[in-house]
Design a protein. Structure first.
Length: 154
């Protein structure tokens, strides 16, 4: 009798047992997609040597899957980021450069690669926490985020 019970459950599963509702795919719901967003800092005419920004997804199902640096040589390396902040649907990204030639004006400092879970692009809140010049002093600047429109930096 002990051997018959597992065989009956196995046969039930093979002959018409149904999968739980949570495993079914709903064709009406959009699947996940992957998009890239650029982090931009505008330092005006002042050369940008360092920055730190906080980016929060205030809506949407967003997961960070990668970060790339800039096409600007000064910020070509992937920026530093707070791995623990990601758990709260936010990311803190920072970078600095000791290069002799620093960018001015609106500069893409990083590209965020994201998984969008529900097909709805997120709304963002971005805060420039600090921007610094080559002399190590704080400089006036603004930060923004925009959907990536060109090729990804390799």
């Amino acid at each position: 009798m002990k051997r018959i019970v597992p065989v009956i459950f196995l046969m039930f599963g093979l002959l018409g047992g149904s999968a739980p509702e949570t495993n079914r795919v709903d064709a009406a719901q959009p699947g996940p997609s992957f998009v890239a967003f650029d982090v931009l800092i505008d330092s005006g005419k002042t050369p940008l040597a360092a920055y730190q920004v906080k980016i929060v997804a205030i809506s949407g199902d967003v997961t960070l899957v990668g970060i790339e640096g800039s096409d600007q040589p000064a910020f070509a390396a992937a920026p530093y980021y707070d791995k623990h902040a990601i758990l709260n649907k936010q990311i803190i990204v920072a970078g600095y450069s000791l290069a002799g030639s620093l960018p001015t004006g609106k500069t893409r400092v990083a590209t965020l690669m994201l998984r969008i879970g529900n097909g709805v692009k997120p709304d963002w809140h971005i805060t420039l926490q600090v921007a610094g010049g080559a002399d190590g002093k704080e400089i006036p600047a603004t930060a923004s985020i925009a959907e990536h429109s060109g090729g990804i930096h390799q």
